[in-house]
Design a protein around this ligand. Structure first.
Ligand code: C5P
Length: 232
């Protein structure tokens, strides 16, 4: 039997970036490497949890010892998350999910044409997987088997620290999750690197907690907060 603060718990972790196909060779993607989500999955395993890992596109392989679901698009990730979340205690949405997808998929490669013009790509909104799941859980009430602890991530490109946190608090209540991990991102910050610096906001009113260092260090901090909240 597993030992540790999360023994007997099931944690769903999503990681990586979704890809929204335009045609058979092109997609709209993002810079998420999956590293922070992978580190969280490892930290949860080390804490004794059973981990269901829903991966989008990542630079590194999924950790050993997880139950793996491989996905590509936001709609696929949503299906996998909804299935994995049934009966789980915690959902950590570290994946970078595309907010939009091309309205149409071209079955053959989009051609340049001879007129020198360029196509206009129409986008449609993707569902907000996290917000949707929280809303469903709350509507189900006591009998819900969906995670009672949902952790969202907010990648903010703003640089004024105060503004970023204010924005984070607004997002926390808008999404309805219990915890929100806010990190400042930019082309040279965070993505693909092994370091991170985050502020964890909690809906229970406890003060913000800051973690800085390797993504493993940050993961240990986040998993520590999860363990503490579950044991209450
Ligand atoms: O609103 P924003 O995209 O900044 O929210 C980020 C959080 O919401 C992340 O936890 C991300 O995994 C989740 N998300 C989602 N579905 C989307 C977009 C984001 O679950 N369509």
């Amino acid at each position: 039997r597993a030992r540790g603060p999360l023994a007997g718990r099931t944690v769903v972790v999503t990681a990586g970036g979704t890809r929204e196909p335009l045609d058979p060779v092109r997609f709209l993607g993002n810079r998420s490497s999956g590293k922070q989500g992978i580190a969280i999955a490892r930290a949860a395993l080390a804490a004794g949890a059973k981990v269901r890992f829903v991966a989008a596109h990542m630079d590194d392989p999924a950790p050993e010892g997880v139950e793996l679901a491989a996905t590509s698009t936001a709609l696929e990730l949503r299906e996998a998350v909804n299935a994995a979340a049934e009966g789980a205690d915690v959902l950590v949405m570290a994946a970078a999910v595309a907010d939009f997808r091309p309205a149409e998929y071209a079955a053959s490669k989009i051609k340049k044409g001879d007129d020198g013009g360029a196509p206009t790509i129409e986008l449609v909104r993707n569902p907000d997987i996290l917000a949707e799941l929280v809303a469903r859980r709350n509507a189900e009430g006591q009998r819900s088997r969906l995670p009672r602890l949902v952790v969202g991530f907010a990648a903010e490109t703003g640089d004024a620290a105060a503004g970023v946190l204010e924005h984070g608090h607004a997002k926390l209540s808008r999404k309805g999750c219990e915890l929100l991990v806010v990190n400042q991102v930019g082309e040279k910050l965070v993505f693909g690197t092994d370091r991170n610096s985050v502020t964890v906001l909690s809906a229970d009113g406890s003060g913000p907690r800051r973690f800085e260092g390797t993504k493993d260090r940050v993961a240990a901090g986040i998993v520590g907060i999860i363990g503490a909240q579950l044991s209450r």
